[in-house]
Write a protein that binds this ligand. Sequence first.
Ligand SMILES: [Zn+2]
Length: 329
Amino acid sequence: MKIEYGHSILEHQLPKDRKILIVVAEPLYEQIHSLLHDHDAHLVLPPSMEESELETFAGQLPPGEWVLGIGGGVCMDAAKYIAWKNSLVLWQAPSIVSVDAAVTETIGIRREGIVRYIGTIWPERVLVDIDLIQSAPKHINRAGSGDILSIHTALYDWKLAAEITGEPYYPEVAGQSKQLLERISRASSDIYNVTSAGIKELMNLYVAEVDLCQQMGNSRPEEGSEHFWAYHVEYLTGQSYIHGELVALGILLMSALQENELPRIKAMIDSLGIRYRPEDLRLSHKTLIDSLVGAKTFVQNHDLPFSILHHLSIDEKEAERLIECIYEL
Ligand SMILES: [Zn+2]
């Protein structure tokens, strides 16, 4: 996988003599259409991420030599799915640094509303167009830090799983993962301001994190109860959220539950400018309570890896306490 950064890199790097199938996010459709008007490109909007719909969608597409995803996480995953299913070469061009999907090989889809990872495909090239990314609302790019900050709660869960279930735990990998938290902290002002240095560091952090997960063969170094809780919210509401914002709220709630340095991680989230307040995310108090109280049943029913949510039960009183914690500091 080759990651290239540049200004207006899309127009310059895409060859004109190749057929390209482009999965593009709806708000960018017109912009990309006129940008690539002299390329042999066929633009499509991503369908829903439900596996059955994706399968039908991929089967009906015109033949292309390559697939290029341009957009956020949904476009990256839809492009991966199409390239994997139709055996095409994959390129990715994230329009926001909102999730690590552009630099991962796993394909995240939904099966009856639940996130599942099926198949793997690496992008041959990742084109990071600085201008395109900087043209997105800042809060969306800042939210990208959520998938690095989740290391904080994920490492706690991994260690807990090792103590209780005997799952293998590698302190060296955990230590390297922790270093990524220190790196993001040092880059916080660049990431907050979405400078080109901030964009690059966030992409580099994703790559480093994905590498650690590769070594482990699972997502223990970065995914734990904060993600599982977020999946539960999506399951309950059927809504989609800016991933890093929902995960950031999950990190705060789970840090409170884990009694795991809540003030420190909250200060980091604030300095990176990630939105997490339930009112910003349009999450009702009832959804918050239900998502916490029902979390244990959800993680058990869906066979998610062991975490604090398996270990502790949350009643309504405890859920209220956790929610209060995020407002207190
Ligand atoms: Zn994530």
